[in-house]
Design a protein around this ligand. Structure first.
Ligand code: C5P
Length: 300
């Protein structure tokens, strides 16, 4: 498969557009509770073809316009937060007009807001002529949110820590993805708040980390698809378990909750079977179904 560098950029006369992709977690293991209130995770992020768009244009003043969703445009928005942080750390004045075309669900477990924040860092780094290496943006992305650093790299990546210590990989998950998003979101903090206290006692070992390929130095994908948050979220929203079971009944190789939800996804070997399953699921009231593929990235 042809893999291209990250992110996808289109240039036009007075600016550029960067795709702001969705992710799924192919694997998510909660290893323990941290003293900062967050949880220690091991996860495998996979970028999808499903995207929001961010357009950047030069302008003396800073502005953010949003199409497709009723979202705040003050510092409660991760795009504005990213601009404020980058301006603060670099000493550059906050400037430029940004247009966000929102397509990804809100509180949907596919990282839409985190992706927008990270892409804003990449876009403003370019617009303001900073030319910083991605590694220099990582601490800012970590401050924006636990899922943000992944979106500085895209593709497939292994993560530890809060999910923000990223090791980018060159591979990708094969197959056709069918994503089922209900008309409600899930608050990540609520889900993590319901995790059993047992986790504070013993930290499980990360199983993925020490398994490195001798040829490429990459981690072997020795995992079975699973998500430790699934049972908690399925208890709160039993409909989501039904979506997962339907995806499996309709021929998915595996099906999982993504992150803390609310999106559930299934991965199919056959594109045709995937499209049949999508058609069937789209008949359910109050759900949106998306069919797409995963993206691989070159890591030069
Ligand atoms: O970093 P972010 O704002 O995306 O995280 C949202 C919430 O999810 C955090 O406030 C925390 O309650 C929970 N969380 C966690 N452990 C993680 C990631 C998120 O407990 N590794």
């Amino acid at each position: 498969m042809h893999s291209r560098s990250y992110p996808d950029i289109t240039y036009f006369s007075d600016g550029f557009l960067i795709q702001s992709p969705a992710k799924v977690n192919l694997f998510l293991r909660v290893l323990g509770k941290r003293s900062d209130g967050y949880h220690e995770l091991e996860t495998l992020f996979q970028e999808l073809e499903w995207c929001d768009e961010l357009e950047f244009r030069d302008a003396d003043e800073f502005s953010l316009e949003i199409e497709g969703a009723d979202l705040r445009t003050d510092s409660g928005n991760l795009v504005v937060r990213a601009a404020q942080m980058l301006s603060g750390v670099s000493g550059r004045r906050m400037r430029g007009s940004i247009l966000l075309r929102k397509r990804l669900p809100l509180q949907g477990g596919v990282g839409g807001g985190s992706s927008n924040g990270a892409i804003a860092l990449l876009g403003l780094n370019r617009l303001w002529g900073l030319k910083w290496e991605v590694e220099r943006l990582v601490p800012l992305a970590k401050d924006l949110g636990a899922d943000c650093p992944f979106f500085l790299y895209g593709g497939l990546a292994h993560a530890l820590g809060r999910g923000d210590d990223i090791k980018p990989l060159t591979d990708h998950a094969d197959g056709t993805f069918v994503l089922v998003t209900p008309d409600f979101g899930v608050r990540t903090a609520e889900v993590f708040g319901k995790i059993g206290v047992g986790l504070t006692e013993v930290e499980k070992n990360a199983i993925f980390n020490p398994l490195w390929s001798r040829e490429t130095g990459e981690a072997y994908p020795l995992f079975s698809p699973s998500n430790d948050l699934e049972n908690i979220v399925f208890q709160i929203h039993p409909r989501l378990r039904h979506f997962r079971d339907t995806l499996l009944e309709r021929g998915a190789e595996y099906a999982l909750l993504s992150g803390s939800g609310s999106t559930v996804f299934g991965v199919f070997r056959s594109d045709e079977t995937a499209r049949h399953a999508a058609h069937e699921l789209a008949r359910i009231d109050g759900v949106k179904v998306t069919v797409c593929r995963a993206v691989a990235r070159s890591r030069s």
